[in-house]
Design a protein around this ligand. Structure first.
Ligand SMILES: [Zn+2]
Length: 214
């Protein structure tokens, strides 16, 4: 027959294992989806802390059930809030660091971190552009770049630009593309008088060409 201590220990082991599995699944999800490393670390730390509390609860037998259930509830709430925040705020939580050796598919130049870089995911590939102007060139004439094999067909998604004025990463739908000296720049807060290009229309037309059967 199981003694009280065995039941407590078994419960802690089961919960710990379950949380470990959850932490692994969430970390892989965050890393695969290109979110910043800090959110992966935070997920792991949160779960490690929770496991620590559950193990520590063994020392307080009279409050064991209360501590373990409160801990579990709190961990689930915090994890849900964290994941919800990360997924709902991609402009802040995504990692936009270009991989070493990344080249602009339009002009083939090496991407440097300090440029006004932009990124677009087409199918399974994430492309980086050295300038907003080159991203727009691709969106304006995707057929040319498909034929040149600079990009491969697929669903167009996750198009982000680093703005010229605030230097922040923004979804291209949330910026204004303003023409200066024949080049397009992305502004977060452009004067309403400034001549700007409709990004929604641009994306829709590019998608029709890039989609290519997918
Ligand atoms: Zn380029």
């Amino acid at each position: 027959m199981l003694r009280f201590e065995d039941y407590e220990l078994a419960l802690v082991i089961v919960l710990t294992r379950f949380l470990e599995a959850l932490a692994i699944v969430l970390s892989i999800f965050l890393a695969m989806k290109g979110y910043k490393l800090r959110y992966v670390v935070l997920t792991v730390l949160l779960v490690a802390l929770s496991v620590g509390v559950s193990v520590g609860a063994l020392a307080f037998r009279e409050h064991f059930a209360l501590i373990v259930s409160a801990n579990l509830l709190l961990t689930f709430t915090l994890l849900s809030l964290l994941i919800l925040y990360v997924v709902k705020n991609p402009e802040r939580t995504k990692s936009f660091s270009p991989p070493p050796g990344a080249r602009c598919p339009v002009c083939n130049v090496l991407i440097l971190r300090d440029d006004d870089i932009c990124t677009a995911k087409i199918g399974d590939y994430t492309y980086f552009f050295d300038s907003c102007d080159h991203l727009v060139q691709l969106l304006k004439d995707p057929k040319f770049f498909l034929e040149r094999k600079s990009v491969y067909p697929g669903k167009l998604k996750e198009v982000y630009v680093k703005t010229k004025d605030t230097k922040r990463w923004k979804d291209i739908k949330n910026v204004k593309l303003v023409e200066r000296d024949g080049k397009l720049f992305a502004y977060e807060k452009a004067h309403s008088s400034a001549e700007s290009v409709s990004t929604e229309e641009l994306l829709k037309r590019a998608q029709n060409v890039l989609g290519g059967g997918n």
